[in-house]
Design a protein around this ligand. Structure first.
Ligand SMILES: Nc1nc2c(c(=O)[nH]1)N[C@H]1C(S)=C(S)[C@@H](COP(=O)(O)O)O[C@H]1N2
Ligand SMILES: [Mo]
Length: 390
């Protein structure tokens, strides 16, 4: 039982007999190739994930630029696409290396013990991240008994730590497997997949999954997005709806003819209240901006409404004021949204009244919604009732 395993960890990348793990795919080179591909996809996920986290939890020591307006659309599209691409790669990688989990002696030294212990957070973390990510993208929150962004975020740190340990421990093996002249691939006992064919198949599956979903954010590919839960062009007023007015319990409050927007707060020297008619009478500004949902879909739309900075000026807010926008919606995590000074001053930061040339409908946030550049969709609060100047 030991000989095929020893072949894996020792010098030659061949399996000398048809022992307990006969497949020639349990070898270092395919493992290293798949690992390298995963290194790329996980790095993309990690960096774009940190950016998304920073936008949603502003760090305080720095402000995040509202430009380029579509940046978050690109980074979050990449985040979800790279995560989806990783799924077949992880499965293939686990298949190539799983005999190593049975290696004996289980622990050879302290360093070996550390390296092997790091496999637990590595494998569990990777599977957890991909599973929770897919669950979130698929809008199927039921199986998650915790707040998704927090769980996903902390698991990412643990997993990245485990990856660093793993790559460090395997550096020599990886270098040899990738760059040294390798033995010729052994003939398969039966008609089996070659290593090259196996890695190619994993890459092809990965590419196919991406193509089947990336149209949720890359408009021209939308027809191919058979596996994406959203199509960017399908929804009322030509835009998907994330949470409808009825689900949010705001139908009555939002359609109340007595609706008024109030601009108030410590920073507002001259707080005021505007009816919908008065809001419509203010100077209107038009901007083309995307909704870029953390769940990976995004779509661009034409918005028209009142600039946040015009409201601040009217309220006598000091330059550099920060703002909290509040929704009529009650009891939701996403009922308020912060704008730092730069975001609030941006000429395209709007309280929008119209979408693609029509008055906003209830599901898109009637009477008024926030739309501003380079922000996650969750921060584009709908059914706005209050602008609080901080
Ligand atoms: N009040 C409120 N605003 C909200 C939400 C919400 O649940 N409640 N969902 C947000 C999310 S997650 C997204 S992606 C966008 C989607 O906007 P849309 O439904 O108009 O496309 O609205 C955001 N605004
Ligand atoms: Mo969203």
């Amino acid at each position: 039982m030991t000989s095929p395993i020893r072949a894996l960890v020792r010098v030659r990348d061949v399996l000398p007999d048809q022992g307990s793990f006969p497949s020639r795919l349990h070898a270092r080179r395919p493992a290293a190739l798949l690992g390298a591909a995963l290194g790329v996809t996980f790095s993309v996920c990690f960096v774009t994930g940190l950016f998304s986290h920073a936008l949603q939890n502003p760090p305080g020591w720095t402000s995040l630029p509202p430009r380029p307006a579509g940046l978050y659309r690109v980074t979050q599209g990449l985040h979800v696409a790279a995560g989806i691409a990783s799924i077949p790669l992880v499965l293939a990688k686990l298949w190539t290396v799983y005999p190593l989990f049975w290696i004996r002696p289980a622990v050879r030294s302290v360093a070996h013990a550390v390296e092997r212990l790091a496999l637990l957070p590595l494998v569990a973390g990777s599977v957890f991240l991909l599973f929770t990510g897919v669950v979130n993208v698929a809008l199927w929150y039921a199986p998650l008994g915790f707040y998704f962004p927090a769980g996903h975020y902390w698991a990412a740190w643990i997993t990245i730590g485990a990856i660093v340990v793993h790559v460090g421990a395997k550096a020599t093996t990886i270098r040899t497997a990738l760059f040294a002249r390798s033995d010729p691939e052994p003939e398969a006992a039966g008609a089996g997949l070659s290593r090259r064919g196996f890695v190619g198949a994993a890459a092809a599956a990965s590419g196919a999954l991406v193509v089947a979903t990336v149209g949720q954010t890359v408009g021209p590919l939308r027809r191919l997005s058979v596996l994406a839960p959203r199509r960017p062009d399908v929804g009322s007023q030509g835009l998907p709806v994330n949470r409808a007015a009825a689900e949010a319990g705001v139908v009555e409050a939002a359609s109340d003819p007595a609706y008024a927007l109030s601009v108030e707060g410590r920073g507002a020297a001259r707080p005021f209240v505007l009816t919908l008619g008065e809001l419509r009478a203010m100077p209107q500004h038009e901007a083309t901006l995307p909704i870029a949902c953390v769940e990976g879909w995004s779509a661009s739309a034409r918005w028209r409404g009142v600039r946040v900075r015009d409201l601040l000026e009217r309220a006598g807010a000091p330059p550099g004021a920060e703002v909290r926008v509040e929704s009529l919606e009650q009891g939701s995590r996403y009922r308020t949204s912060p704008l730092d000074a730069g975001q609030a001053a941006d000429p395209d930061a709007l309280l929008a009244l119209a979408l693609n040339g029509e008055d906003l409908n209830l599901d898109h946030g009637f009477p008024v919604r926030l739309i501003a550049p380079n922000r996650p969709g969750v921060q584009q609060t709908k059914w706005v009732s209050k602008v609080v100047v901080l």
